[in-house]
Design a protein around this ligand. Structure first.
Ligand SMILES: [Zn+2]
Length: 257
């Protein structure tokens, strides 16, 4: 394998590294998450980093070194104009980049995840005003889709115990078992299901919608506070039980601007 290669990427995170260098993580369609260093201390850093500091899709030229990869060139492919002037959109974009960074390990290739992140950024660019409630719901939708891509999809139609279709108003939510459980199962073995909690039909519909429908549709559902509250409780309990790598409490607070 040649030590020099190029890839398309979306930068996920950046931090200072040693005295004059910068450390980056980025998501790529071919290699999954990658990490690389931009060398400082001379002119090149100033030339390279403007593209790496904004939320954008870039073409990277990388050199595989003995210890880490070093960026030798960058070119901006897409700037996602419109993100940087609007606080809600920028917060949602940054939160999603952070979630993807937390949820992935380097070099686990996943083109579906790259597409998801691309769609999210494109969606935010063409969205006008977003209320705090909508922002929380949107980030919930992104998180559900992210968890689905990472192999954690909640069961929202069949009872996780007897595998029969659930019926209206006669089921509970069990975070640890990862889905809905019908009332008759919980009655048969109360001890096994004691931690199941109620979830309204409306809240369950929101979870289904957020998981299955594209981002462009997520502006449509009416968000009544009691159902939205329940939506977040379900999502947070699911995250805590299956994907604690994502700080669940940060989803809603990230959106209260
Ligand atoms: Zn059942």
């Amino acid at each position: 394998m040649s030590s020099l290669y190029s890839t398309t990427a979306i930068i996920l995170s950046r931090r200072d590294f040693r005295e004059t260098d910068r450390w980056y993580t980025a998501l790529t369609p071919e290699f999954g998450k990658i990490e690389f260093v931009a060398r400082g201390g001379h002119k090149s850093l100033a030339k390279l980093t403007p593209h790496l500091e904004m939320i954008s899709e870039v073409e990277l030229l990388l050199v595989r070194g003995r210890q880490y990869q070093i960026v030798a060139g960058t070119e901006r492919r897409r700037a996602f104009f419109g993100l940087h002037e609007r606080l809600s959109q920028l917060t949602l974009a940054r939160s999603a980049l952070h979630l993807v960074d937390s949820a992935t390990k380097p070099l686990e290739s996943d083109s579906v995840l790259y597409e998801l992140l691309e769609q999210w950024l494109e969606f935010l660019c063409c969205t006008e005003s977003i209320s705090n409630e909508r922002a929380g719901f949107l980030l919930g939708s992104f998180t559900l889709k992210l968890m689905d891509v990472c192999g954690y999809r909640p069961e929202l139609r069949l009872c996780v115990s007897c595998h029969r279709s659930i019926e209206q108003n006669s089921y509970l939510w069990h975070a640890l078992r990862g889905g809905v459980v019908c009332e008759s199962c919980t009655r048969t073995n109360q001890q096994a299901w004691f931690s199941a909690r109620t979830i309204s039909d409306e809240a369950l519909k929101l979870v289904r919608f957020a998981l299955h429908e594209p981002f462009s549709e997520q502006m449509r559902p009416r968000l009544e506070s009691e159902h939205l509250e329940s939506f977040h409780e379900v999502l947070e309990s699911f995250i805590i039980s299956h994907f604690p790598i994502i700080p669940a409490v940060s989803l809603r607070t990230a959106c209260s601007i």
